[in-house]
Write a protein that binds this ligand. Sequence first.
Ligand SMILES: NC(=O)c1ccc[n+]([C@@H]2O[C@H](COP(=O)([O-])OP(=O)(O)OC[C@H]3O[C@@H](n4cnc5c(N)ncnc54)[C@H](OP(=O)(O)O)[C@@H]3O)[C@@H](O)[C@H]2O)c1
Length: 321
Amino acid sequence: MNTTSNVTPGMSTTPGTDTTSSTVGVVGLGTMGSRIAARLLDAGHPVHATNRTRAKAQPLIERGLVWQDTPRAVAAAADVVLSMVTDDAALDGVTGGPDGILAGLAPGQDYVDMSSVSPQASAAVAERVRRLGGWMLDAPVSGSVPQAEQGTLAIMVGGDEAAFHRVQPLLAQLGRPVTHVGGNGDGVLLKLAINISLAVQTLAFSEGLLLAERGGIAPGVAAHVMATSSIGSPMLAARVPLLLDLPRDAWFDVALMHKDIRLALHQAQHLRVTLPAAAAADDTLAAAEGIGYAHRDIAALHEVLDRLNTPARRDEPVGVR
Ligand SMILES: NC(=O)c1ccc[n+]([C@@H]2O[C@H](COP(=O)([O-])OP(=O)(O)OC[C@H]3O[C@@H](n4cnc5c(N)ncnc54)[C@H](OP(=O)(O)O)[C@@H]3O)[C@@H](O)[C@H]2O)c1
């Protein structure tokens, strides 16, 4: 570790993250991380990045991204570090150990994790960073591929307020609104709260669409009328084309959605509240994974309900329809 220091917490050496001259580190170049890195490159930032699977970085390297072999090297090369990985295990994988982000952070450096993870896991990493003299914020996002590409993700930030103000101009290049919502872990708690509606709205819309279809209404007509009625939302409007024609590549897959619902239910247990709609979504997401839809977009819930309500033909492979 090169980060044990006598730097006073609150003092940052991070130079102007509001300028495109600041070097940004990105750890995790999956569906969301790759688009975040692309936006930062387009904005003129030097971007140093790494990913467990190097091949995914190649298109970005061709656009100017500087590859680093480890999260530690990314942190050491950057003024501010962002990470965007799957879950608690992945966060642990990229932050801990001799090659992890924490091993490369300099005193006073800002680190922003944008993954959707448990509030407890996020707060635990933040505490380790604080003990090293740096600052970690949780800044998960709401929105998917289109919003990541357009820089319109909603970003909710938990952690130290002064650190928030330092990184806010950088995050504003990735989304809006960018809102400080509380202490470490509060950003991800709010993100989980939002995603209850993502799962439940998608499930309820899929149920309504199936009912209309089974009654003989053309799916395109039913989906259009439903999405433009008062129950429509920007999320549903964006997903209708995917519900009607399920794409091979997911924006946000069933497994990630199920991870968030399980995290929300876990928090609910902890806070002693019941979440009946989230519990119903949990069951259907588990059923979807069970019949082969784990890595299809959550728009697959429409097809999943259709399959669950239709006896499968013997010759029909699961997950392919
Ligand atoms: N997709 C969306 O619409 C969306 C929207 C809002 C929030 N989110 C959240 O954003 C986060 C990322 O989502 P995504 O869609 O970008 O997922 P993704 O495409 O599956 O990418 C996941 C990233 O995490 C890395 N990773 C996974 N396990 C790892 C481990 N053990 N060690 C190191 N790296 C690991 C992956 O590396 P490899 O490339 O090597 O697999 C990849 O870079 C998730 O928490 C998700 O819930 C997603």
